[in-house]
Design a binder for this molecule. Sequence first.
Ligand code: NAD
Length: 298
Amino acid sequence: MVSAAPSRAPAPRIIDGRAIAARLIQTVAAEVHDHAAACGVAPGLAVVLVGEDPASLVYVRRKIAETRRAGMRSIEHRLTAATSEAELLALIDALNGDPGVNGILVQLPLPAHIDAGKVLDAIDPMKDVDGFHPVNVGRLSTGTGGLIPCTPLGCMMLLDTVIDDFRGLNAVVIGKSNIVGKPVALLLLERECTVTVTHILTRGLAGIVRGADILVAAAGSPGLVRGDWVKPGAVVIDVGINRIEAAGGKHRLVGDVAYEEMAHAGAITPVPGGVGPMTIACLLANTARAARNQQDGR
Ligand code: NAD
């Protein structure tokens, strides 16, 4: 575990997600280079965006730029909000069968008339770089490989920079969503932590968090976790991204953890600059891995 220096005022180690993500992207870019040399073509990631949701547009633009920066091919499909479920499923089918496409990402949320579950289930599990397909979810829960959702994978990589041995540590996860809370809990369990998953109806949340050696906060509730909830030396991963009003009518991003109250934590991720950059870096890593698996026929 990380411990605070005894001779001066405690200060948590800041887990620099930007720097760690940049290193991961460098590694992926080298792998992409080797893959292209061996196969004659770089891995390709198809990104499907349906509609004009402004936040989705920003995310997709960023994902495409980073894909290209890592030397991969970006294949974009921008569809109007009026696209039918059948049309989208037909596109997924075509991408599944296209050998030039190694990864498929459907940006969520989808318009209300489209069943997102049906669309995600239609993606070939080998190309499911978001790790949301039931086959990959099943593999994660049985610890038998598969593609792992990007944000939880990023959380584990950040934890790996400050924790050598996870065995027996108490890990508390706040949030039980399919994209963050549940998969991160499974990954921590796989490392033999004792994992407690909490949610909006959990009673005595503060007391549960006080027992955590590792805290992963993924609630979407600004400043939910207060300083006196966190025990000295604990490692805190703040997944939350909350846009709050700041002075002068501006906005700023904050996490689920009251960051300024965490001087006694052992290590902590900032928001922004913690988990966020890891999510895209892990998407690229998953795409490179999917391409490698497909090349190996796995
Ligand atoms: P979600 O809304 O699907 O799930 C939130 C979970 O938190 C639920 O299980 C809910 O029961 C629980 N919860 C909410 N308020 C709570 C409270 N007061 N006490 C205890 N539990 C509470 O959200 P999500 O998609 O899992 O995302 C969670 C947060 O993580 C959001 O802020 C989101 O923006 C952020 N996020 C960040 C990244 C990233 O790349 N950094 C990626 C995905 C999500």
